[in-house]
Design a protein around this ligand. Sequence first.
Ligand SMILES: [Zn+2]
Length: 278
Amino acid sequence: MNLDVPTGIGAAFAFIFGASVGSFVCMVAYRLPRDLSIVSPRSYCESCERALPWWANIPIFAYLGLKGRCVLCGAPIPFRHFLAEVGLAVIALFLFLAFPLPDAIARFVLCAALWIVAIIDYDWRLIPNIITWPGMLVGLILASLMMPEIGWKSSLLGIILGGGVLFGTGYLYQLVRGREGVGLGDVWLLGMVGGFLGWPGVLFTMFFGSLIGAVGGIVFAVAGGGSTAPAPLGEPASDPEEADVSILRTEVPFGPYLALAAGVYAVFQPQLAHWYLS
Ligand SMILES: [Zn+2]
């Protein structure tokens, strides 16, 4: 790869920008479900709730320098902050180098939204519509204007496929079994993914997300997670059909797996297409 000086400066900027967004993503994921304002107050410690000095907000370095502890009260800073800062910094750097700038920006917007959704679904078992509903529209606009490999047709089909198919499946499941099969949050999440990544992106996200979800569910159960999906009263737990669908039940957060799968597609779409065609 030809790394000249402007590219090097751009890459450094992309990394720093990505790390800052990672810090912002954690703040949003913490405050949004608690109905706290995103704008004010400025960052504070989640344990002692005191405002942090500016330098304690420097992404990545503050965490390393403070050895993962709050400078005011010494409480451990959740490792997810560090993970989001490093993760989104690396993603921003990679996208900057691999895609034309507008395309890279559009893909990064999706990755940041997915990261917020994943944390909130993991913590609360819900996916906020306030992210996925505007996300579908933003996805359609960005895919039309800034993502030549997606385009508005595929984006529109993606929204219909993502929202429609899973919604239909969930509705059918509810009719047959008499309870909610797929969380509506997952449906809107796939709609947003479709808006950004088109209908092939939705297909990939559904299949790859289910795959890693199944593996993750098994690992979780073996590791002693125990109460992943308790069998409802009056139904035999050994019903084989039950085992098949339990992964789609809302007792297990499915959003993080879908988010991971969609993120993989957003970042590695050219490689995946090349690998699939060859
Ligand atoms: Zn503190």
